[in-house]
Design a protein around this ligand. Structure first.
Ligand SMILES: C[S@@+](CC[C@H](N)C(=O)[O-])C[C@H]1O[C@@H](n2cnc3c(N)ncnc32)[C@H](O)[C@@H]1O
Length: 324
């Protein structure tokens, strides 16, 4: 959860390239606002109405600090920017200073996920300021950026605050994406200039819809469904008070209860399996003479249960006991 707050000088420098609309409100978003210092500085410098300020932060303490810095703003936390549902095409300005990292499980960079999310929530004509390591302005980042933004410019952080040679990448969001294949990053770059922030509306939806990883782990720990993952206590077989008679054993075999290993004392063990099936038999035949001289034969069929018991001993020989 790399916390590298943008230094106030860098935020102040970025703000010199941003011009708020003359009259009319606009909404400002920081999807990973940390302790909210950059958000507060931009709010004050650009004169944003505090209830038009939105932030998301994964770390609970940092989220609480942000909320206390900007009490009337809308801070979601602890929440992941990737687990928030928000009205699309809504914000006029997005300040995106994401953690620089590889995506969990491989694939792309985390910065790209944040950029993708910000694109979705930014209004067409809205302005984005992305903090990026100048060395890590990867091909994939550039492809996504030129697809969605025009009037792109890059401004380095003030010289004395550049531990990772950070830059601020500015752009104005297009109505719809254009094919990046015919575009060239260097041709798209413009000299630094002032961006007019368009007026905008508040999102009608800005809510956390997913648990953070920490919350998920805790929810799993206390979930009542955990009991399904516990091994069952083995059921104890009880010894009958009297030894079984033949009839009892037959019933147990017929009902499939006498299955498995049988190991009488002093005898080799064997496995027994009983199956019961219905078989048809002729219960009786009746013949009667009719008036016209013909004969009617009535055959009465009935069914009986036939029990088959098979055993297999340690020598592998299978014995079948059936019928008589
Ligand atoms: C580089 S700091 C930026 C702080 C602030 N925006 C600024 O510019 O000074 C990145 C912040 O992103 C937070 N973060 C990391 N993953 C996040 C996520 N999935 N959703 C929201 N915030 C996240 C970190 O906790 C950290 O506070």
């Amino acid at each position: 959860m790399g916390f590298y707050p943008a230094p106030p000088d860098a935020v102040a420098h970025a703000a010199t390239f941003l011009k708020p609309p003359q009259g009319g409100f606009f909404c400002l978003l920081d999807p990973c606002c940390g302790e909210g210092a950059a958000l507060q500085q931009l709010t004050e410098t650009l004169d944003v109405a505090v209830d038009h300020v939105y932030g998301i932060e994964l770390d609970p303490e940092r989220a609480a600090t942000s909320q206390s810095l900007l009490p009337d703003s809308h801070i979601l936390g602890p929440a992941s920017a990737l687990g928030v549902a928000c009205t699309r095409r809504t914000f006029s300005l997005a300040w995106v200073n994401p953690p620089f990292d590889d995506q969990m499980g491989g694939g792309d960079r985390v910065e790209l996920q944040f950029l993708g999310q910000a694109i979705d929530w930014l209004a067409p004509g809205g302005v984005i300021c992305v903090i990026s390591e100048s060395t890590s302005t990867h091909w994939t980042f550039r492809q996504l950026f030129i697809q969605w933004f025009e009037k792109i410019s890059i401004e380095p952080f003030p010289e004395h605050y550049r531990p990772y040679k950070e830059v601020i990448v500015f752009g104005r969001r297009l109505e719809r994406p254009r094919s990046p294949w015919s575009l060239n990053w260097n041709h798209e770059l413009q000299p630094p200039h002032v961006y007019d922030i368009p007026p905008g509306r508040k999102p009608t939806r800005f809510i956390k819809v997913e648990l953070t990883e920490t919350e998920l782990r805790e929810a799993l720990r206390v979930s009542p469904l955990q009991r399904h993952l516990q091994p069952h206590a083995g059921s104890q077989l009880v010894e009958p008070p009297l030894s079984l008679g033949k009839g009892h054993i037959a019933l147990l075999l017929a009902s499939g209860h006498l299955d498995g290993i049988v190991h009488p004392v002093g005898e080799p063990p064997h496995v027994v399996r009983g199956t019961a099936k219905k078989t048809q038999y002729v219960a009786g035949v009746e013949q009667s003479d009719n008036a016209d001289g013909s004969v009617t034969t009535k055959t009465c069929l009935s069914e009986k249960i036939t029990l088959t018991v098979r055993t297999v001993g340690v020598d592998g020989r299978i014995k079948t006991f059936e019928g008589e």
